[in-house]
Design a protein around this ligand. Structure first.
Ligand code: G6P
Length: 458
């Protein structure tokens, strides 16, 4: 697996570029779960990875053409920056992401006006540029793995121009149901679904999202294309390396001095509307109000990192998150205790150190394609930690037998779940925690990749 006959196509690539002190381009590992899961599997192989140059320095690196760098064969696409921004910000993130996660405030958004239609044209252009790159670089008969909602139309271009290729599409988000897809202009909905359907098969992390996609296709296209379900698993080896790193160890010390003998509720997320950070804090507030005995006995550690700062909705959300954490702290803090410790910086070793020792991991998204943290937490935790998991996360389909169920909209119910978890007997905790660890570790990134390769052959 992973070789000259494999091409990966994704918006965000395995490396991002910046300048070092001597103004030389240096590569760093790219952000995001997709990249960290796939990178170890394809590094050192002949697999070609085609991705967008997202920043200024990525664009400079892209001028080198197909790069052999850090074990990758990377083709970075420098697209017209304004057109790329329109496609990424307006269509991919402000429309398709919102649609699939049910995030629209429908009285106000979306506004599918002339500017939006222009952005849709940009989205088509970006997809065409990706398809062109695949047409030019893919070896005869290669398997092409197209990732995510940014690139729904790539398969349509390939089917016409390179029928020798076998292209699979994999969606990492949830998928809208037919009533959601009806928000899009009819021609756009048709083109989007037909673009995905032009692949050999379309993959999803959970049966729910595959069924929603099928239902949309049945309604809009009048036919149902092949689909498959392939949940991603955590990368135990990579996590193990981070766990045993000096840096993560240092952060473990930081946590010990922060917490003392208090219990820890933890969340690790992007600052992302669908992650439901606000209701998590509100639930914690209700927990402290209803359980005076828990005050000063538990700290909510929220390790989140900024995301998609080009979108006003995300900037506003971040401000709300900070404001609410301050409010809750203002209400309950005592001289020696800060109820919510919120940190908005991207620090992976620190997140892993926290995952090692949480008492309760709160994963309460409104909707989520999978949520890898819900699997990573249990496999590294050494504190008989419990998982409080949203039933709207794709991972719920696999983890429901051992996780505590959260309805992400039900703040009072979430507070009750936290109370149950924090007061559970140690014997029951140990049992549940062992069960969740076992289920969370059943699949690996390789299983997920193998499923895509198998789907390409189907
Ligand atoms: C989700 C998407 C990925 C995306 C990631 C980070 O996991 O499925 O495609 O890369 O979020 O979002 P960003 O917009 O920063 O790439």
């Amino acid at each position: 697996m992973g070789g000259a006959d494999l091409v990966i196509v994704s918006n965000r690539g395995p490396l991002s570029f910046s300048l070092d002190d001597g103004e030389q381009l240096v590569a760093r590992r790219g952000a995001g779960g997709l990249v960290s899961s796939l990178s170890p599997l394809v590094a050192g192989t002949d697999t070609i990875w085609i991705a967008a140059a997202m920043g200024e320095h990525d664009r400079a690196a892209a001028e080198r053409g197909l790069m052999e760098i850090e074990g990758f064969r990377l083709q970075s696409l420098a697209l017209d920056p304004d057109r790329y921004r329109m496609a990424y910000d307006v269509v991919s993130n402000a429309t398709l992401w919102f649609l699939h996660h049910g995030l629209f405030d429908l009285a106000r958004r979306p506004r599918l006006d002339r500017r939006w239609l222009d952005a849709w044209t940009a989205y088509q252009q970006v997809n065409t540029a990706f398809a062109d790159a695949v047409v030019e670089t893919a070896p005869e008969g290669a398997t092409v793995l197209v990732q995510d909602y940014h690139l729904a139309l790539v398969g349509a271009g390939l089917a016409r121009r390179r029928p020798d290729l076998r292209a699979v599409h994999f969606t990492h988000t949830p998928f809208s149901d037919p009533s959601g897809i009806r928000i899009l202009p009819s021609t756009v909905a048709e083109e989007l679904l037909a673009g995905m359907a032009a692949h050999v098969s379309c993959g999803f992390h959970a049966p729910r999202w595959a069924q929603a996609f099928e239902a949309c296709c049945a309604e809009v296209l009048g036919s149902v294309p092949p689909t498959f379900v392939a949940p991603l698993g955590p990368d135990a080896e990579d996590l193990g390396r981070v766990v045993s790193s000096e840096e993560s160890d240092r952060w473990g010390g930081w946590l010990t001095s922060l917490l003392g003998d208090r219990q820890m509720v933890l969340r690790v997320d992007r600052v992302e509307l669908s992650k439901n950070v606000l209701r998590g804090f509100l639930a914690f507030d209700e927990l402290l109000a209803a359980h005076p005995d828990l005050r000063e006995r538990v700290t909510f550690v929220a390790l989140v990192y900024a995301s998609r700062q080009g979108l006003p909705e995300y900037l506003a959300y971040r401000t709300e998150v900070e404001h609410l954490a301050n409010q809750v702290n203002h209400r309950w803090a005592t001289p020696g205790w800060t109820p919510i410790v919120l940190d908005i910086t991207d620090n992976y070793p620190r997140s892993v150190a926290a995952l090692r020792r949480y008492d309760v991991l709160l994963v309460n998204p409104l909707r989520d394609g999978l949520n890898l943290v819900a699997k990573e937490g249990p496999i590294v935790n050494t504190n008989d930690g419990l998982l409080a998991l949203s039933r709207e996360a794709g991972a719920w389909a696999e983890l429901s037998e051992a996780a505590l169920e959260v309805n992400p909209f039900d703040v009072a119910g979430t507070a009750d779940v936290l109370a149950t978890a924090l007061t559970m007997s140690s014997a029951e905790r140990a049992e549940r925690s062992a069960a969740i660890r076992e289920v969370a570790g059943r699949r690996s990134p390789r299983d997920w990749l193998d499923d895509q390769l198998a789907a390409a052959e189907s």
